[in-house]
Design a protein around this ligand. Structure first.
Ligand code: CMP
Length: 137
């Protein structure tokens, strides 16, 4: 089943120089392709749309602040079962609970600064792609 997903390499990944490493892991998966890629500093409005489901949660305000603290790499990745697949590469939200070998398990410590976002369903992927790449929606 060919799918597409929205991936963000968060400001901590860019600041730490880990974007190449993370992109390599994605590119190594057979048949997966990056079909859009942009380095961009996100504004509050974009983040409010992207994280609308988290509005009101205790971690929401610091999350928006962190996500606008420096550039992110926004990508569309296409390929076989790529939605579940990138989330498996990323590992669970909490990097300390994430297994070694996953991106968060190998490089993360802090829940908020967990290096990567990947859409969690086909509906989320389509919604998020429209936010970040409106001409690809
Ligand atoms: P992600 O799953 O990509 O999208 C929601 C983000 O909110 C999550 O990554 C973390 O960056 C952040 N987040 C989720 N839960 C917490 C939490 N309990 N404390 C701080 N940040 C969180």
């Amino acid at each position: 089943m060919t799918q597409r997903t929205l991936v963000l390499l968060k400001p901590d990944a860019v600041r730490r120089g880990l974007t190449g490493e993370i992109i390599s892991r994605i590119e190594r998966k057979a048949g997966w392709r990056i079909t859009a890629l942009e380095l961009r500093t996100l504004d509050t409005e974009t983040l409010e749309q992207h994280y609308s489901e988290h509005k009101g949660k205790p971690f929401y305000e610091p999350l928006v602040e962190f996500m606008s603290s420096g550039p992110v790499v926004a990508m569309i990745v296409e390929g076989e079962r790529v939605i579940e697949g990138v989330r498996t590469l990323a590992g669970p939200t909490d990097p300390i609970a994430a297994p070694p070998g996953s991106i968060r398990g190998d490089y993360g410590v802090i829940v908020r600064e967990n290096l990567i976002h990947a859409s969690d369903s086909e509906e989320s992927a389509e919604r998020e792609i429209k936010i970040f790449f409106p001409d690809r929606g």
